[in-house]
Design a protein around this ligand. Structure first.
Ligand SMILES: [Zn+2]
Length: 76
């Protein structure tokens, strides 16, 4: 698979995914992604993207200002 932005090469990497929704900041660490070597854009597999959405929904209901979680703690 190539980067859809610049057609650069994608490499598998674990990244920190940061979400900022209405002042609530959620940091999910060690998310498996494919990152473009050229432009730095990151992509998630469908399964990972879906899980991230669920994690964000779950955390949003806590109403905490900042939450930091580890992806692998949430998928285990
Ligand atoms: Zn790219």
């Amino acid at each position: 698979m190539d980067c859809i932005v610049c057609k650069g090469e994608l490499i598998k990497k674990e990244i920190n995914h940061i979400v900022d929704i209405e002042g609530q900041i959620i940091i999910i660490k060690n998310v498996p992604a494919e990152v473009c070597k050229q432009c730095g854009e990151s992509f998630f597999e469908n399964q990972v993207a879906l899980r991230l959405e669920q994690i964000v929904e779950e955390i949003r209901s806590n109403k905490a200002e900042i939450t930091i979680v580890n992806y692998y703690d949430k998928v285990a």
